[in-house]
Design a protein around this ligand. Structure first.
Ligand code: FPP
Length: 236
């Protein structure tokens, strides 16, 4: 694993920032005759395995779409299940932080969460802030909302003329390197309000696999696929 990380880091095609739209938990559960919550429980286990592999590979930042600004439209029981999985994970992630050298950053409009949950997130960010592998957890996240929030924060700081770099530097992901690749499981071919600004020159990888079916070796395969692409950033 470590050896691979070195190879990736030394390559000029190295992937520095990968993001995941973790779609397909509900269908995965339904196929097994189980409630959607069962899919999210297994999806949370997949998240841990995939995130660890990203860290082992030496990827500087990985971003996971856990809960969108639109997900509040789901049945309350499902919302509660996702948020309780998250809450439990937050309670247990200290070892994860140490073992995998993870720096957690929570991105999204976190003001909707209870004060104790917000404080828990702040404590985790503080505790992990000197670690190497950024893991952005997108919660109550929407890409349009992120851009609007960034612009408003710049206006509030007194700016009257705003350029692209200003916005990039005011996004929730400002600590992360530029986004290289968005992976979406579950077969749909859309971006669903995820990392809209950051996606400008990102590559996309879509797979029909449902999120709980994704395994760590898929990450290696996805990165191989990415590495073989030609990125021209608008040039020739
Ligand atoms: C989309 O699949 C998935 C979500 C909206 C929730 C993602 C949450 C997790 C993977 C759990 C995260 C937990 C931790 C601890 C970070 P879907 O429900 O829309 O699936 P479907 O398209 O098959 O219905």
């Amino acid at each position: 694993m470590k050896k691979e990380a070195v190879v990736l880091k030394d390559s000029n095609k190295a992937i520095r920032h990968i993001a995941f739209i973790m779609d397909g938990n509900g269908r995965w559960a339904k196929r097994r005759g189980m409630p959607r919550e069962f899919g999210h429980k297994n999806g949370a286990e997949t998240f841990k395995r995939i995130m660890r592999r990203c860290c082992e590979l030496g990827i500087e930042a990985s971003t996971f779409y856990v809960f969108s600004t639109e997900n509040w439209k789901r049945p309350q029981r499902e919302i509660d299940a996702i948020l309780s999985l998250l809450d439990r994970y937050l309670d247990d992630c200290e070892q994860e932080i140490k073992t995998n050298d993870v720096r957690f950053i929570f991105i999204g409009d976190l003001s909707v969460f209870s004060v104790p949950v917000q404080e828990k997130m702040k404590r985790i960010e503080e505790f992990s802030k000197n670690n190497s592998h950024i893991v952005n957890l997108a919660l109550n996240y929407g890409g349009r909302n992120e851009i609007a929030t960034a612009v408003n924060s710049l206006i509030k700081a007194g700016m009257t003329v705003i350029d692209e770099d200003d916005i990039t530097g005011a996004l929730y992901t400002k600590e992360s390197p530029p986004l290289d690749l968005i992976v979406r499981t579950g077969g749909d071919l859309r971006i669903s309000n995820f990392l809209l600004w950051q996606a400008a020159y990102a590559e996309f990888y879509f797979t029909d696999k449902l999120w709980p079916e994704l395994v760590p070796d898929d990450v290696n395969e996805i990165i191989d696929n990415f590495t073989n692409r030609s990125r021209r950033f608008g040039g020739v």
